[in-house]
Design a protein around this ligand. Structure first.
Ligand SMILES: Cc1cc2nc3c(=O)[nH]c(=O)nc-3n(C[C@H](O)[C@H](O)[C@H](O)COP(=O)(O)OP(=O)(O)OC[C@H]3O[C@@H](n4cnc5c(N)ncnc54)[C@H](O)[C@@H]3O)c2cc1C
Length: 364
C-alpha cells in the first residue's frame, strides 16, 4: 500500500467512482441474490471497465491511468461499501492485472497489458491452494518448451465471466512455484469446472473448483517462476494488503447506521468510523516496506484482524439497528454481516487465522 494517502481523500477520479457506486449500491441486494455471474454483476464490472478501473495503476504506455495506489484503495473501499461481491470480483480481476504486469517476459506484458487495462480481457486468479500446508493440489512437470500442469484448483471465482486466469502450481521436480497465464478458450478441453458452489455469501461470484487435466503451458505463458517459499514470503509481506474490502464493508455499515437517524446509532457510526480511519492509517504504516521491522508481524496481524473485526461489529450493530427486517434476505445489514465473515477467510494463512481467533476471542 501507498503511505502517501492525503488526509482528505479528494481526487477527480473518485467522483466518477462515487457516481457509479450510487448505482452499484442500489443494485447490491439484487446482485447478491441474483445467482452466479448474474447480469447486474456483469454490468457492474463492465461499467467499472468503462471508467478505466482495471487500468487504474497501470502505466500510461499500456493505456492505463497510472493513478497513485491510494486512489485505487479508496475506490475499492467505496465499492466494497456499496456491494461486496462487486468489490470481490474486481479484486480478483485486479489480481490478474497485477500478475501480468509483473510477468518476467516483457513480450507477455506488452501483448496483454493494454487489453487487461481496458477490461477487454478479464483475468481471474487461482493460487490460494499454494498455501495448503499439505502441499499444492496443483502440480507442474517440466516438458519440452513448457510445463504439464495437473490437479484440482479448489477455488476460482468469476469463472463464467473471465477470459483467462493466473494458475499457481508447485513444480514436481524442484518444489518451485509456477504462476502461469491460462487462456480459457485455448485450454477449454483441459479444464473441467464444477457447477457454481452453493455459498451463503458471494454467490454471484460464480465460484467453482476446476480439474486440470494435463494442461500444457508454454514457456511463453509463464508469468513467474519463484522459489518454493514464495507464497509464504509474499503472504508475510502482504498481511495488511487485505484490509481494503473489510474497511469498505464497515464504511457501508457506518452509512447505514447514520441513515437510521437516531442519536444512538449516529454515535455508534462515529465510533466505527474513527476505528476505520485508525486501522487504515495503521495499515499504511505497517505495510510491506516495514516487513523487516521486528514489530511488523505482530502489528500487521493486529491491523488485519482489526479490519475484519470492525466490519463484523459494524454489521452486527446495523442488524440491531435495523430490527427484525434486517433478516430479510435482501436487507443490506445482514448482507454486510455475511460479507464481513467472508473477508475473515480471504487469503487465509495460519498466522491470520490465529490473529483473527485471538481478536474474536479476546477483542483487539
Ligand atoms: C467464495 C470464495 C471464493 C474464493 N475465490 C478464490 C479465487 O478466485 N482464487 C483463489 O485463489 N482463491 C479463492 N478462494 C480461497 C480463499 O482466498 C482462501 O484461501 C480460502 O478461503 C482459505 O480456506 P481453505 O479452507 O481453502 O484453506 P486451506 O488452504 O485449507 O488453509 C488455509 C490456511 O490455513 C492454514 N492451515 C490449514 N490447515 C492447516 C493445518 N492442518 N496446519 C496448519 N495450518 C493449517 C494454512 O496456513 C493455510 O494457508 C475463495 C474462497 C471462497 C470462500
Amino acid at each position: 500500500m501507498d503511505s502517501s494517502r492525503p488526509t482528505e481523500a479528494i481526487h477527480p477520479y473518485l467522483e466518477r467512482v462515487d457516481e457509479l457506486c450510487a448505482l452499484i449500491e442500489r443494485r447490491a441486494d439484487a446482485v447478491d441474490t441474483g445467482g452466479p455471474a448474474n447480469e447486474l454483476l456483469r454490468d457492474n464490472i463492465a461499467r467499472l471497465a468503462e471508467i478505466g478501473f482495471f487500468g487504474l495503476g497501470v502505466p500510461k504506455h499500456y493505456g492505463g491511468l497510472e493513478l497513485p495506489e491510494w486512489v485505487k484503495c479508496e475506490s475499492v473501499e467505496r465499492i466494497a461499501a456499496a456491494c461486496g461481491v462487486t468489490a470481490f470480483s474486481q479484486n480478483q480481476f485486479h489480481g490478474g492485472v497485477g500478475f501480468v504486469g509483473n510477468a518476467s517476459d516483457p513480450r507477455l506484458r506488452d501483448e496483454l497489458m493494454p487489453k487487461l487495462s481496458a477490461g477487454a480481457i478479464l483475468c481471474g486468479v487461482a493460487f490460494a491452494h499454494l498455501r495448503r500446508p499439505t502441499g499444492s493440489p496443483v502440480t507442474a512437470k517440466r516438458a519440452d518448451g513448457g510445463y504439464i500442469v495437473r490437479g484440482k484448483a479448489p477455488w476460482i471465482s468469476d469463472w463464467s465471466m473471465m477470459h483467462a486466469f493466473v494458475l499457481g502450481a508447485a513444480i514436481e521436480e524442484t518444489g518451485q512455484t509456477l504462476f502461469a497465464y491460462v487462456d480459457r478458450a485455448e485450454s477449454a478441453d483441459r479444464l473441467i469446472a464444477s457447477p457454481p458452489m452453493e455459498l451463503a455469501v458471494m454467490t454471484a461470484s460464480d465460484t467453482v473448483s476446476v480439474e486440470i487435466d494435463d494442461l500444457f503451458v508454454t514457456d511463453a505463458h509463464v508469468l513467474q517462476l519463484c522459489a518454493a517459499d514464495h507464497m509464504e514470503r509474499s503472504d508475510y509481506r502482504g498481511i495488511t494488503g487485505h484490509v481494503t474490502l473489510p474497511l469498505g464493508c464497515a464504511r457501508g455499515s457506518v452509512a447505514f447506521l447514520r441513515g437510521l437517524g437516531k442519536p444512538l446509532f449516529a454515535e455508534a457510526a462515529d465510533c466505527f468510523s474513527t476505528e476505520v480511519e485508525s486501522i487504515r492509517s495503521d495499515s499504511l504504516h505497517w505495510n510491506a516496506s516495514r516487513a523487516d521491522d521486528p514489530q511488523y508481524r505482530q502489528n500487521a496481524l493486529r491491523v488485519r484482524a482489526g479490519a475484519v473485526s470492525v466490519a463484523l461489529r459494524a454489521a452486527q450493530t446495523s442488524i440491531a439497528g435495523g430490527g427484525g427486517r434486517s433478516h430479510l434476505l435482501v436487507h443490506p445489514a445482514q448482507r454486510r454481516l455475511r460479507e464481513a465473515g467472508f473477508y475473515a477467510t480471504m487469503a487465509l494463512t495460519a498466522d491470520t487465522q490465529a490473529a483473527l481467533t485471538e481478536a474474536f476471542t479476546h477483542g483487539c
